[in-house]
Design a protein around this ligand. Structure first.
Ligand code: XUL
Ligand code: CO
Length: 436
């Protein structure tokens, strides 16, 4: 073939380079806090947007020029596409990729045929993984595109649909395991409702939990040791998705005794849709020891939908990396570019520009977060803000030795603690702007 022959292997050339096909900040071997950037960032290319995205939107058909794709639903076309995808990921230098079962292989007339199609493409994926050393970050199943999932999959009002979804996830877990996948993700797809007037919410949530418990059991049965993730998203396609944000997911997992089995895969644009910052979602998940992986993208502040743009906001990537550094780094997960090119960016070469930009802006975020930690001023402001908790009183409360009565005694015997410390928000913003 080779399809991207005009593009060289992307190398690090440093911040002064003007070469569009070079990294200005992502230097895989460079050490940050004693660990290589490659190990901190663990970048992953998503198959569905980058190799199946057409650029279609509700107002118009696809625009993407993909000369290697014959447009057919054949297994041969899917196998060929897989080889092209690996050529791209190899030139980019990303260590991981991620896919849904139905992105990589065409759905057949029956479930058995779909499974055979998947096996035929997985064979090529395996060869390409071995040839290139690129690894599978996580696999997942598409339980939302086919009309059978119109009312959801694990939360469908129809038990045959639940059974079909279970069979599909069983197979997707098997191929993820076969490909040495480091994780498996459950995104709610259509697990939610369009209207509560036709919905038995309690029953649907119990079914979702039952489904995930079956997945946990099957994981054990086949010896798959990868990490399970659940991916929060508040709406779209349904009016309300049950996995609406990090806090809702954690509550669901705790309520249904699943908290030890799943971590969260947080996506920036989903945080925006939930009315949160990604920083908020990261802090919620990290506080629960459940920040597993990140779908690295961004939303448009002026559009209320899931635009899934490539990351470009350094403040956002700095905040994400600060939380990740604080929690000791990503272990099983990575920064997975669940992001799509704008429909106006239809040339194959735009795939390089998008990913190079996303990797550089996360490298800058990582460097800025490490610089903030090394500088120490931000950390000191936070520490000083809580200094009273390190006194006798604070320690005594934290260790559970105080009561309302003892604290009343303290409050009556002391001055009113009104306005004890400034929040220093503007100073913090100055420090951020100095650093970034
Ligand atoms: C949808 C979304 C999915 C999941 C995987 O918004 O983010 O692509 O990441 O199913
Ligand atoms: Co996602």
């Amino acid at each position: 073939m080779p399809t991207f022959s005009d593009v060289p292997k992307i190398a690090y050339e440093g911040p002064t380079s003007k070469n569009p096909f070079a990294f200005k900040h992502y230097n895989p071997e460079e050490l940050v806090e004693g660990k290589s950037m490659a190990n901190h960032l663990r970048f992953s290319v998503v198959y569905w947007h980058s190799f199946r995205g057409t650029g279609a939107d509700p107002f118009g058909m696809g625009t993407m020029l993909r000369p290697w794709d014959d447009g057919s639903n054949s297994v041969e076309n899917a196998q060929n596409r897989a080889r092209v995808a690996f050529e791209f990921i190899e030139k980019l230098g990303a260590p991981y990729y991620a896919f849904h079962d139905r992105d990589v292989a065409p759905e057949g007339a029956t479930l058995a045929e779909s499974n055979r199609n998947l096996d035929a493409v997985v064979k090529v994926l395996k060869e390409e993984q071995q040839r290139t050393g690129i690894k599978l970050l996580w696999g997942t199943a598409c339980l939302f595109a086919n009309p059978r999932f119109v009312h959801g999959a694990a939360t469908s009002p129809n038990s045959d649909v639940f059974a079909y979804a279970a069979a599909q996830v069983k197979k997707a877990m098997e191929v993820t395991h076969e490909l040495g996948g480091e994780g498996y993700t459950f995104w709610g797809g259509r697990e939610g409702y369009s209207t509560l007037w036709n919905t038995d919410m309690k029953r649907e949530l119990d079914h979702l939990a039952r489904f995930l418990h079956m997945a946990v059991a099957y994981k054990k049965e086949i010896g798959f040791t990868g990490q399970f993730y659940i991916e929060p998203k508040p709406r779209e396609p349904t009016t309300h998705q049950y996995d609406s944000d990090a806090a809702a997911c954690l509550n669901f997992l705790r309520e249904h005794d699943l908290i030890d089995h799943l971590k969260l895969n947080l996506e920036t644009n989903h945080a925006t849709l939930a009315g949160h910052t990604m920083f908020h979602e990261c802090e919620v998940a990290a506080a629960a020891g459940a920040l597993g992986s990140v779908d690295a993208n961004r939303g448009d502040e002026l559009l209320g939908w899931d635009t899934d743009q490539f990351p470009a906001n350094i403040y956002e990537t700095t905040a994400i990396m600060l939380t990740i550094l604080k929690m000791g780094g990503l272990t099983t997960g990575g920064l997975n570019f669940d992001a799509k090119l704008r429909r106006e960016s239809f040339e194959p070469v735009d795939l390089f520009h998008a990913h190079i930009g996303g990797m550089d802006v996360f490298a800058r975020g990582l460097k800025a977060a490490a610089a903030l930690r090394a500088d120490g001023r931000l950390g000191d402001i936070v520490k000083n803000r809580y200094a009273s908790w390190d006194t006798d009183l604070g320690q005594s409360i934290e260790s559970g030795k105080e009561s309302f009565a003892s604290l009343e005694k303290h409050a009556l015997g002391n001055d009113d603690p009104i306005q004890h410390t400034s929040g220093r928000q503007e100073l913090i913003e100055n420090i951020l702007n100095e650093t970034i």
